[in-house]
Design a protein around this ligand. Structure first.
Ligand code: UDP
Ligand code: MG
Length: 166
């Protein structure tokens, strides 16, 4: 089944210069990267991204983690991977949520750690097709992705102000 999945290299992955290693590991999947960008997640984005955990005692720390406030590095790398069984393949390589329980050869098993009240597990990967759709739409606009994944509509906004190169 051809699928798309959201992958985010979290701030601990960036601060420890693991992006190259992580991308190399993910290339084993033979999936295609169809969108990629550096992003500085706002609180609103982080809260929406982790909305399913908002009742958890570690939620606030988790939001700070994704925003980069725990690593003094406010950036993440967000990507969309596409191809056969993309969701399961990336989850398999990522490993279990708790890095101490993840297979040592997995990305989280290799590079993750438990610190404070949360699992700093260097990578996010969508868990299901509905979650992938929700997350991809949260992180990317249609024109940032080189394939047409979901239906779009065209809107014309005359009064929108945006920055352009001076
Ligand atoms: N998390 C945590 N402690 C937990 C559960 C989750 O610190 O007991 C963090 C961890 O960083 C995880 C993220 O919250 O990656 C999202 O949790 P989820 O259960 O969705 O796990 P994932 O899909 O990332 O494996
Ligand atoms: Mg999850």
């Amino acid at each position: 089944m051809l699928q798309q999945t959201l992958v985010v290299v979290k701030p601990d992955g960036l601060v420890r210069s693991l992006t190259g290693n992580i991308l190399t590991r993910l290339s084993e999947t033979k999936l295609e990267i169809i969108a990629a960008k550096m992003a500085r997640p706002s609180r609103a984005l982080a809260v929406k991204h982790y909305q399913h955990l908002k009742e958890k005692p570690f939620f606030e720390e988790l939001i700070q983690y994704l925003m980069g406030e725990l690593h003094d590095r406010r950036k993440v790398m967000a990507m969309v991977y596409w191809g056969e069984d993309a969701i399961a393949r990336v989850r398999q390589l990522a490993g279990a949520t708790n890095p101490e329980q993840a297979e040592p050869t997995s990305i989280r098993g290799s590079y993750g750690r438990v610190r404070g009240g949360i699992f700093e597990n260097v990578i996010h990967a969508s868990e299901s097709e509905p979650e992938a759709e929700r997350e991809i739409k949260l992180w990317f606009q249609p024109d940032e992705i080189i394939m047409d994944l979901y239906p779009t509509t065209a809107v014309t906004r005359a009064s929108v102000t945006q920055r352009v190169w001076a």
